[in-house]
Design a protein around this ligand. Structure first.
Ligand code: KG4
Length: 336
């Protein structure tokens, strides 16, 4: 029986979770969203400082909720990258300190691999599978021929889809993070604005900066003409365009690679239109769909604990001179 304590601090959530034999005992999360909201995005310096302030509080909360002591923990799993460098350092230093004091293994975890394995809270993975990882910092199609084997077959050439949702929301005067407000306004609107679909029909890569710029240009032009933007219609038009791009490529790649399952992962996988479109397109396709539970779509340590258990079994441990890797690629995942 192994008890794993997991730490996540890659962006603006400080989180500690404890898992024992597949059973999640706790998942404490301190979110910094309210602090970053006034800047319309995450301020890296502030994020690091808040992780420092919150990490011990969140650790104690997770231990209390799990009703265990640090002596009961068999290994520490921690997000080592990708993410904000200063933010990652806080989690890794905490993890190394615990590993040293309690003489237990340190397990480095790739943040996006954590997002993918969040799906295991609700389903059993069937290989080969394809994961669409869509978050604030990443947009990737990851092919997994087998367990813990990751190959990037498509990725964004510029902005991430979540970043695009957040910037478009800011342009429209909606709060940060922009994904949920856009999702809600889109439900009330019609697709009336014509927006570009870069890289449409070309391979599995994505591009979001042109779409973002196009929305900004339309908003500015309308302002100059003293016209009012119809927020609901712009949200509908933008969401359709942004989501259709990932759905089209995901379905094509799933068929080309003959996968048994598609796993949605990351913060943007909470999007209601994305979920309904993938469900609709996969009807009668014979391909299974795994949708992560909404509570596990945004950053949290439960997903780090989930994959941490697998890595513990594989003994993928690191030495205490481990550093963070803000640009760690998921296919270089065993290299640390
Ligand atoms: O996975 P996550 O918590 O952070 C990263 O690891 O990047 O994802 C956060 C992103 C934000 O960009 C947020 O706007 C987006 O997920 N998001 C959504 C929705 N809920 C959150 N995007 C679209 N629709 C949503 N319902």
């Amino acid at each position: 029986m192994a008890t794993i304590l997991a730490i996540e601090s890659s962006c603006d959530e400080t989180s500690v979770a404890i898992i024992r034999n597949g059973k999640l005992l706790s998942n404490a999360v301190a979110t910094q969203i309210a602090m970053h909201r006034k800047y319309g995005g995450v301020m890296p310096e502030i994020a690091s400082r808040l992780h420092n302030e919150n990490i011990v509080i969140v650790l104690n909360e997770a231990l209390k909720e799990a009703k265990i002591n640090l002596d009961d923990v068999d290994a520490i799993a921690v997000t080592r990258g990708p993410g904000l460098i200063g933010a990652l350092h806080v989690g890794l230093q905490a993890a190394k300190t615990l590993s040293l004091i309690y003489n237990i293994p340190l397990i480095p975890v790739h943040h996006l691999a954590g997002h993918i394995y969040a799906g295991e809270f609700v389903a059993r993975f069937k290989y080969p599978l394809l994961s669409l990882v869509v978050s604030g910092g990443n947009t990737e199609l990851v092919y997994m021929e087998k367990h813990l084997d990751f190959k990037i077959i498509g990725e964004t050439k510029d902005d991430a889809i979540g970043e695009c949702f957040d910037k478009v929301a800011r342009t429209l005067g909606l709060p940060y993070p922009g994904g949920l407000p856009i999702d809600q306004h889109a439900k009330l609107g019609k697709h009336t604005y014509k927006l570009p679909t870069p890289l449409h029909g070309k391979g599995y890569d994505f591009s979001y900066s042109g779409l973002k710029t196009s929305v900004i240009n339309i908003v500015n032009q309308e302002k100059m003409k003293k016209h009012k933007i119809n927020i609901n219609d712009m949200c509908r038009s933008f969401e359709d365009t942004a989501v259709d791009m990932v759905v089209e490529k995901t379905i094509k790649a799933a068929k080309d690679y003959n996968v048994k399952q598609i796993v949605l992962a990351g913060g943007v996988s909470a999007n209601s239109y994305l979920r309904s479109e993938v469900i609709r397109k996969l009807k009668n396709s014979g391909i299974d769909l795994v949708l992560p539970p909404i509570w596990c779509t945004t950053d949290n340590a439960a997903m780090i604990a989930k994959i941490g258990e697998h890595l513990y079994k594989e003994k993928l441990f690191a030495k205490l001179d481990l550093g963070v890797d803000p640009n760690w690629k998921i296919d270089k995942y065993r290299v640390f």
